[in-house]
Design a protein. Structure first.
Length: 354
């Protein structure tokens, strides 16, 4: 991490001396204590700063941005959170609303109204919208990318969630998070580690335990169980009317869907049925066929099956118990492309299950 600080919203690497590369900064950061990281981060800001915190909105990013807003709330003139993506998942909308995380779209934000920029849970090369801004601070847990720099960089790929990193910042600042913030950070860690089934560090576990005592369990339950919009109930009716069952496998094609997340919700619902070992749910989203696989993981590998069936037509893969495929309709076999039905889905899959 470089200690050089530029007070303008655009920093010039040539004027800043010799800033460290993100990779060098990340290695230096590992040697710092949480108090030292916090001190270096806070040194960037002045009382009259107007800070824009930029995220790609998901539970980890939203929680972490809310934590940054709390850290800076009494140190700067104002903090705004802006996201570059459209928030479609019902859980994420519920998290934003129930935990009162004020956000706005990045593309409608006038950047010249801000003096400092912070990127959370991402890095500039991850999206063109992010790359167009010069950041004063970047805090992330993804693998380090090249081609950018910032006065303050804290990247820890060994962490399962940035929410864990920001929990450590709050503890270093001796700030006990309020219930809404604690619940947001707790859910951010839970979601990004997929209940600790993905990459996790001991720090993630310690932060999770620390936050547990301060969360609102009822709010958390409302967020986690908010899967479906009322307008999407029709897809369950379609699924029940069109499903095909063969050898303990359920096949359903839902037709055109307004949001591919409903395919996941329906697949998870059918996966709870006793004596069903595999569920394959498809739907048309835009000009793509999206297919969700769920299986028990014992005799079949969902990821391998998805790749076998759809890998040559589009992107496909996943894990033993869950997988996903996305195929442009133009890449489907001629007959399938003209009229895709539940029977079409069954025929495509069955030939690979011999």
């Amino acid at each position: 991490m470089t200690n050089s600080v530029n007070n303008n919203n655009k920093h010039d690497p040539k004027k800043a001396g010799s800033p460290q590369s993100p990779d060098q900064s990340a290695r230096i950061t590992k040697r710092l204590s949480n108090k030292e990281r916090l001190r270096s981060f806070l040194q960037i800001f002045k009382r009259d700063d107007r800070v824009l915190v930029v995220i790609v909105a998901d539970p980890d990013a939203m929680a972490s941005a809310k934590a940054v807003k709390r850290l800076l709330s009494r140190r700067v003139e104002g903090v705004t959170i802006a996201h570059n993506n459209e928030i479609k998942r019902v859980n994420n909308l519920a998290m934003r609303d129930f935990l009162k995380i004020p956000m706005q779209r990045l593309r409608g934000t006038k950047q010249d109204q801000y003096t400092k920029f912070v990127l959370i849970d991402s890095q500039p090369p991850h999206h063109p919208d992010l790359a167009s801004i010069s950041y004063n601070a970047v805090i992330d847990h993804h693998p380090v990318t090249d081609g950018w720099d910032a006065p303050f960089v804290d990247i820890r790929p060994e962490y399962g969630a940035v929410a864990s990193m920001l929990t450590e910042y709050l503890k270093a600042a001796k700030i006990k998070p309020a219930v809404a913030l604690a619940t947001a950070l707790f859910y951010g860690i839970k979601a990004d580690t997929q209940n600790f089934t993905k990459k996790t560090s001991p720090s993630d576990i310690l932060c999770f335990q620390y936050l547990f005592k301060q969360i609102n369990q009822q709010l958390l339950n409302k967020i986690e169980t908010a899967d479906i919009r009322r307008s999407e109930l029709k897809y369950f009716k379609i699924a029940l009317e069109t499903m095909k069952t063969s050898k303990k496998r359920i096949y359903v094609h839902l037709g055109r869907v307004g949001n591919p997340d409903i395919l996941v919700v329906v697949a998870d619902f059918f996966a709870h049925i006793h004596d069903i070992g595999m569920v394959i749910i498809s739907g048309q989203y835009g000009e793509k066929l999206v297919v969700i696989f769920r299986c028990d993981g014992y005799k079949r590998n969902a990821g391998k099956l998805a790749a076998q069936v759809f890998g040559k037509m589009g992107s496909a893969g996943g894990h033993r118990q869950s997988a996903r495929a996305e195929v442009p309709y133009k890449n489907l076999p001629n007959g399938a492309a003209k009229k895709f039905t539940t029977n079409t889905l069954l025929r495509l899959v069955v030939k690979h299950l011999a």
